[in-house]
Design a protein around this ligand. Structure first.
Ligand code: HQG
Length: 181
């Protein structure tokens, strides 16, 4: 495996256990989603994904979307967003920019126009700051369709927004009336 490929493999495994299935390797996350770094590394090694502490640092620092955050003392790690398990990231409520963007694919658009954007398996609907990022998010599933979300009006109407440590805007539901083409 090239270094890049092995880092990507480690990152995907870390996304799985830090966002969705910590029990897969018997890992404990606290209420804010943090895991003990040494425990994570030991359990990853036991499951065939061995990396040392300096390499973990590199994986975290070079991750294309900055998906992971280390605590200030370096002893704990968590995913910055994208969880399906219940965690409280402790993010403050913020005023969003006037418009945010959501990348999806044509086959979901009918349901989205009817029900609005729903978080699905995750805790939050994920919204991007710019169309280019939304394009990349949608392109994971096919030809991307980009929806514009009137976040300014949502916020004025009392909807709560957060921004993850890696710059993804989060809210719990975007009703259809706030979605433009
Ligand atoms: C769609 C990646 C039917 C929604 C990305 C999306 C992001 C609906 C899918 C992050 C719907 C959910 C999140 C409705 C929404 N009816 N379909 N009412 N409402 N959908 O993966 O936003 O690489 O949970 O359009 O870059 O695609 O993992 O959300 O297609 O930041 O770090 O249901 O995941 O980041 O899919 O992606 P997801 P997402 P990572």
């Amino acid at each position: 495996m090239s270094t890049d490929t092995s880092h990507k493999h480690a990152s995907k495994f870390m996304s799985l256990v830090l966002r969705h299935e910590p029990e897969k390797i018997g890992l404990q996350l606290d209420a804010q989603g943090w895991a003990d770094v040494d425990d994570l590394l030991q359990r990853m090694a036991d499951h065939g994904v061995a990396l040392d502490r300096p390499t973990l640092q590199v994986v975290v620092e070079t991750n294309d979307k900055q998906r992971f955050a280390l605590s200030d003392d370096g002893l704990r790690i968590r995913a910055s967003q994208g969880h399906s398990i219940q965690v409280d990231l402790g993010l403050e409520a913020l005023q969003p920019p006037a418009w945010l963007y959501h990348g999806t694919v044509a086959r979901f658009v009918g349901a989205i126009r009817e029900q609005g954007l729903r978080p699905g398996e995750r805790q939050h609907v994920h919204l991007s700051l710019d169309r280019q990022t939304a394009h990349q998010v949608g392109a994971r599933r096919g030809a991307p369709v980009i929806l514009s979300v009137n976040a300014g009006r949502m916020h004025a109407d009392g909807h709560v927004f957060h921004r993850s440590a890696n710059g993804v805007w989060l809210t719990t539901h975007v009703p259809p009336q706030y979605i433009a083409g």
